[in-house]
Each structure stands twice: as structure tokens, then as C-alpha cells.
Ligand binder design. Structure first.
Ligand code: ADP
Length: 584
């Protein structure tokens, strides 16, 4: 299949979050499966033109009000993809819209005032690009609100009656990476889209008299998905739907969740170049060394016998930082005061939170934080910690809990979104599970569940070891996710009453002379497609039924009975309060 990814971010060129990782990783995996995958992103100011190839000729993009925007197009191959079937990446270079620092905003203007126009133009430009290179995708795969108007153009312009017809066999998918961001702007911006005002209403843009770009995409895309099955369910409820739950329920038949994968080349303890010594299930010595190095890096007492709780996070409300670090009510202070543990954090974000964290660092001897962004330290935290804390308010997929699992670091998470799909709650009776979960987001739930995990660390070392082993053998590779996307693409063709493209069309060069085009040979690989689907079916993961433990109690090393057996007796589930009691 020919697949065009339309995205505002893609690593290694532009990243603010998991979207950038996902777009590139999925594209690479799809290309490895034999598909012809291309990505289009804007050329932001920091992307060095000198490292890209300029396509000949300017590209005109017709917008509303008779405006013709002009841009250049640059291209390169995605690093790490094979030269036989590389993922081609195109950069739309429009100086006024994208020649500035920041993708969506900067320190002064957090949401650029012309974002609606910038990304509407970008969506239109994606089609002009295809026309320019004479390559028409079978699948147009748009990501999040900045690309959400692309399926609208497909439906109401390129596939509509009277259109030139190059995209009549193209289907569209819209992936929601975070429903909290929708691209809501004043409706005065709509004229610029060059779509009639009937589309403003029929195409789903209208949102309480404002213009909502994501909502329009949700109305218009042939299929919609999000980045985990559980988040797909949650977003159809009022509690997690960010006012679009009704639209998603309306599109229920065309909506699903596909779990993101992780980059197993980068996030792999047996290959990790950022940690002092690599390790694996067979030889865990490297994990102990990483713990020592982590404690040193954060200026904590280098003690292998104390559990370390790690965090790497954006400091925003979504991540539950209010309940953890909120002035006077957050539970981080009491966790560190009451429990025999060390807590480590790497993150940046809201100013109040950075301030509170700095305050805690200076007052608590067992809490240490670094405010900032560091790829290297984030790897060290994943490897060197015993537990990884994610008290998220909502989490569409979440990557860190998957990294934690494969690094033998047990996640302590709120049961929301993708965390439910990836972490299995600890069961004291059987020893089963891969992490510790809680349902309600409030300071005492976090306190109790951290306490429960720490109690298990001191009192149930065998269970902890088994949980580590289970986590480290999980398969979160992109390959299985990519196969599910192939299945989704195929379903979309079926639902549209279209034929599923049999294989890859010949790779047409950017500017094709007429003669050469006619001579291009046709390759068909229907057998390969059939094999792929079967593999996918076999690899369907079993649904997990993780239940979270309500009001799990805190226990500290100081309060832990000397013999684990006694501890077990004292913590029979019938009397959970006993676990809370400190030994006097
Ligand atoms: P989100 O995209 O909502 O921030 P995810 O868990 O999906 O959350 O992905 C976040 C990614 O960004 C992870 O790879 C995480 O390790 C990384 N990250 C977040 N904050 C930092 C930081 N301060 N330093 C290094 N990496 C970070």
C-alpha cells in the first residue's frame, strides 16, 4: 500500500511528545513490512535545509479568498530505513508560517495566534505535494488536530464530485494521540480553508460557534483510532471525552484503539548506550550498577537496599502532578517523610510545579529532582529505579510504563488509558501482576499505593522478582502494532466499498518524465499481504483484566516485620488496615 503520514511532528526533526516518536516508528515498521510510506511535516525553523534535498520548482497551495500560498518542498530519507524501500520524508517550507521557533507556540506566545491558518495550510499542502510528485496514496493517515483538516479536504474537496480525481481511491484515517488538544480557534479563520460554509456545519467544524479542527477530522475521516484500546473506550465517556465523547460515540463503528509500540532498539536494557552496563534477565548485574549510578547522579545515599521510585514526566495537570506536588496537599512530602525509600524525578513544565519540586528537593534528604529534559538521564532512571511512578489523570497510551516494564522497573500507575492495557495489577494471593495500580486520583491513593509497592519490595522479594521477569519478557515491539494498522487500513477500504490495494505500486520518482512513467513496471505482491494478515491474527494479544487495588496501604521498611511470613499474616487482604500500622 502507499501510505502518506500527515503530521506536525516526526523524530528526529520535530518533537514535543509521543506523537513524534509514533509517526516515525510506525512508518519505519510499515516500510519494513513492504509498504511505500511517506511522511509530510512542516519545515520548522530549526530544521536545517542544508541537510535536505530541495525539490525543483515552487509549490502553489490554493487557499480560501483566492489566496495562493507558495512554498518550497524539501525531502530526505528517514534515517535507519533501507535504501531499497526508504521512508521518504517531505518538508513543506513556508517561511511566514513555519520559519519561527516553536512548533505550536513559544515562551511568549504559548499558542500561536495563526495556528489555525498554519495547519489548515499544511493540510492543503499535503495534497499539493502528492500532485507535485505525482504520487497518490492509498491511505492518508492524519495525526492529531494539526493534521485533522486533511481528511476534511479529502472528503469535501479531493473526493467530491467535480474534483480532478487523483484521490478518488484514497481512504483516510485520523489517529487521536491526545483528545485534550483539539485546535479550537475563532470561526473567522474558516474562510481561509477555502471550503464552503456548508462544510463548516456539515463537516463538523462548528463547536459552540468556534472552529474545532479535530472535531472536523473526527466527522470526516473514514476511520478513527486512538493509541490504546482502553483510551478508545474512555474517550466515549463524558469523563474523558473532552466534550467530543458524543462525536466519538456517533462514530463508534469506525473507532478503535491500537496500542503504540516502543522503539526496542533505543529502549532495550541489553543494548542501551546511556547506562553504565547493559543487562538482561539472565544477568541483572547491570541494573544494580545503574541504580548506584542513578543515586550518585542525583546526590542520594548509594544504598542498594532501599527502593528507588523514579519519575520522568512533563509537569502538567494531565500527569497527576497536582495530587503529588500540590502545595500543602500533595502526597510527595508525606511519602518521602514516612517511608524508607528514595524518590527521583526528571521533568519540566508548569512553573508552580517546578518551584514546589525544587523546594522539596532542598527540604527532603531522600527526594532529588532535576528540572529539564535529558534523554540520557531518562534512560538511567528507567534502568536504575526499582519502581516508576505515573499517577496520570489521563494517559492515551503512555510510553514510560512500557519502558519501565522491559527494564525490570515496576510501574506504579493510575488505572487509566493505555496504562490499563499494559500494566497488570499485583495480586498478593497469587503473586501475579507486573505493577501496582490505583483507581482514584487523589493524594492518599498515591500515598497508599506507593506504600503498598514499598511494602512488597521489603516483604515479598520473590513476588517482586517474578513481576520483574514478567515485565522484561513483554513484547511491545512496533511490528505487532504496525500489523494492526495494516488491518485497520484494509478494513477502511472494505467499509468504503473499495478494493484493498494488492501490493506496492512502483516507486515513482519525484518528477517523472512522461515516457518513463509509461514504462514503469508493475509489481504485485498479493501473497505477502495474505501472510501478513494471518500473522496478525495469530499475534492478537489476550485482553488483560487488571483490577486496581483500592486504598492500598502504606508500609515502610521501619515498620516491616523482620520475617516475611509474619508480614504476610499481618497483611491478609481481609484486614488491609493492618498494613498501614507502623510497628512501634
Ligand atoms: P506524553 O507524550 O504525554 O508526554 P508519553 O509517556 O507518551 O507521554 O511520552 C513521553 C516521552 O517523553 C517519553 O519517552 C519520556 O521519557 C519523554 N520525556 C518526558 N519528559 C522528559 C524529560 N524531562 N527528559 C527526557 N525525556 C522526557
Amino acid at each position: 500500500m502507499k501510505i502518506l503520514m500527515v503530521s506536525s511532528e516526526a523524530v528526529p526533526w520535530a518533537k514535543t511528545g509521543g506523537l513524534a516518536d509514533m509517526v516515525s516508528a510506525l512508518s519505519i515498521s510499515l516500510a519494513e513490512l513492504g509498504h511505500d510510506v511517506r511522511i509530510v511535516i512542516p519545515r520548522y525553523y530549526p530544521i536545517d535545509r542544508a541537510k535536505l534535498k530541495l525539490l525543483p520548482g515552487a509549490m502553489g497551495v490554493p487557499m480560501g479568498g483566492g489566496i495562493q500560498e507558495w512554498s518550497a518542498v524539501y525531502a530526505t530519507d528517514m534515517p535507519g530505513t533501507s535504501s531499497k524501500n526508504p521512508v521518504k520524508v517531505y518538508f513543506v517550507d513556508h517561511e511566514i508560517f513555519f520559519g519561527r521557533d516553536g512548533i505550536y507556540g513559544n515562551a511568549v506566545e504559548t499558542d500561536f495566534i495563526d495556528n489555525s491558518r498554519r495547519f489548515t495550510f499544511f493540510c492543503r499542502a499535503a495534497f499539493q505535494l502528492c500532485k507535485k510528485i505525482k504520487w497518490y496514496p492509498d491511505v492518508l493517515h492524519a495525526h492529531d488536530w494539526p493534521a485533522a483538516v486533511a481528511p476534511v479536504y479529502l472528503k469535501f474537496a479531493e473526493r467530491a464530485a467535480g474534483a480532478s480525481g487523483e484521490f478518488k481511491k484514497t481512504v483516510s484515517i485520523l489517529t487521536i494521540h491526545n483528545l485534550g488538544y483539539q485546535g479550537i480557534y475563532h470561526k473567522d479563520n474558516f474562510d481561509y480553508a477555502g471550503l464552503g460554509w456548508d462544510v463548516f456545519y456539515n463537516g463538523g467544524f462548528e463547536d459552540w460557534s468556534m472552529l474545532n479542527m479535530l472535531k472536523a477530522g473526527l466527522y470526516s475521516a473514514d476511520k478513527i483510532n486512538t493509541v490504546s484500546p482502553n483510551y478508545a473506550k474512555e474517550t466515549m465517556t463524558q469523563a474523558h471525552g473532552f466534550r467530543l465523547d458524543g462525536v466519538l460515540r456517533y462514530r463508534n463503528a469506525d473507532y478503535c484503539g491500537i496500542l503504540n509500540g516502543i522503539d526496542t532498539e533505543v529502549w532495550n536494557p541489553s543494548k542501551d548506550k546511556y547506562i553504565p552496563e547493559t543487562y538482561s534477565l539472565e544477568d541483572m548485574a547491570g541494573k544494580a550498577k545503574a541504580k548506584k549510578a542513578l543515586q550518585k547522579e542525583f546526590g542520594l545515599h548509594e544504598d542498594p537496599n532501599i527502593p528507588v521510585i523514579g519519575m520522568v514526566t512533563r509537569l502538567t495537570d494531565q500527569k497527576g502532578v497536582g495530587e503529588l506536588f500540590g502545595p500543602t496537599y500533595g502526597s510527595a512530602w508525606s511519602i518521602c517523610r514516612d517511608m524508607d525509600l528514595q524518590m527521583i524525578l526528571l521533568g519540566s513544565g508548569e512553573y508552580w510545579c517546578e518551584n514546589e519540586i525544587s523546594g522539596l528537593s532542598s527540604r527532603l534528604s531522600n527526594f532529588s529532582a532535576k528540572i529539564g529534559y535529558s534523554e540520557k538521564i531518562s534512560h538511567l532512571i528507567e534502568a536504575g529505579s526499582d519502581f516508576f511512578l505515573m499517577p496520570s489523570r489521563y494517559e492515551p497510551c503512555g510510553l514510560n510504563q512500557m519502558y519501565s516494564l522491559v527494564y525490570g522497573t515496576l510501574p506504579i500507575v493510575r488505572s487509566t488509558g493505555g496504562l490499563v492495557d499494559t500494566v497488570q495489577n499485583y495480586d498478593e494471593k497469587t503473586g501475579n501482576g507486573t505493577g501496582f495500580m490505583f483507581e482514584q486520583l487523589n493524594p492518599s491513593s498515591i500515598y497508599n499505593t506507593v506504600g503498598w509497592a514499598v511494602w512488597a519490595w521489603y516483604n515479598r522479594p520473590k513476588d517482586i522478582k517474578k513481576m520483574q521477569e514478567r515485565g522484561m519478557t513483554q513484547n511491545f515491539s512496533w511490528e505487532s502494532s504496525a500489523l494492526k494498522y495494516v488491518e485497520l487500513y484494509e478494513e477502511t477500504f472494505k467499509a468504503q466499498g473499495m478494493k484493498i490495494p494488492a501490493g506496492n505500486e512502483p516507486d515513482v520518482p519525484e518528477i517523472v518524465p512522461e515516457k518513463q512513467k509509461k514504462e514503469a513496471p508493475k509489481k504485485e505482491t498479493p501473497k505477502k499481504e495474505a501472510v501478513k494478515k494471518e500473522t496478525y491474527k495469530k499475534e492478537q494479544p489476550k485482553e488483560k483484566t487488571a483490577k486496581s487495588k483500592k486504598s492500598a496501604p502504606a508500609k515502610t521498611k521501619k515498620s516491616a516485620p523482620a520475617k516475611p511470613k509474619k508480614a504476610a499474616a499481618a497483611t491478609t487482604p481481609k484486614k488491609p488496615v493492618a498494613k498501614k500500622t507502623k510497628k512501634k
